[in-house]
Design a protein. Structure first.
Length: 175
């Protein structure tokens, strides 16, 4: 039995998200750049029954100056934490779905922060709570994606999910 799994790691930072020294480890999500198997640099875990592991990060960097909040949200794929045992185009489409779901939640986070009424006394707590809520929703959807598609093995559900993901990306298109 081949099982696809994903790993999601997160970063809520006050300082710059990722230094340029980390350069080629990450791929920032782009509507024009799709993942390739060459992007998966980690060695597959020999004990894992997973066909592939996709590691993504939803990052938030923010600053407050003169009681005004500014922020930057990133959605990245980690080359050095992601791997594939069974490198087919079909499995890669499923893995791209995980990366795209993380981008949906980057956009949802952006919407939530645009709607946030800045409170100088509570903003750190408020931002932590907003971020936590978005991350919980994202993880639920990532898990639902794997369960309903049976880790991509249910081809009909996989096709439905890929359409659903594209629809959600369009719905939350960045401003």
């Amino acid at each position: 039995m081949i099982i696809l799994r994903k790993i999601t790691w997160v970063a809520l930072l006050l300082l710059p998200l990722l230094s340029k020294a980390q350069g080629d480890e990450f791929i920032e999500w782009s509507p024009t750049q799709r993942l390739t198997w060459e992007d998966y640099l980690a060695k597959p875990a020999s004990t894992s029954d997973a066909a592939a592991i996709t590691s993504t990060a939803l990052g938030l960097e923010y600053h407050v100056r003169n009681n005004a909040l500014s922020y930057r949200i990133t959605c990245k794929f980690s080359k050095t934490r992601s791997w594939g045992k069974y490198k087919t185009e079909y499995i890669l489409m499923h893995e791209q779905g995980h990366f795209d779901i993380t981008e949906i939640y980057a956009r949802k986070l952006d919407n939530a922060l645009r709607e946030y009424n800045f409170n100088p006394k509570r903003f750190k707590t408020d931002l932590d709570e907003i971020y936590k809520d978005i991350m919980e929703e994202k993880e639920e959807l990532q898990n639902q994606y794997d369960l309903e598609t049976d880790y991509s093995r249910n081809k009909e559900k996989q096709t439905e999910w890929l359409k659903k993901i594209q629809k959600e990306l369009a719905k939350y298109n960045p401003a």
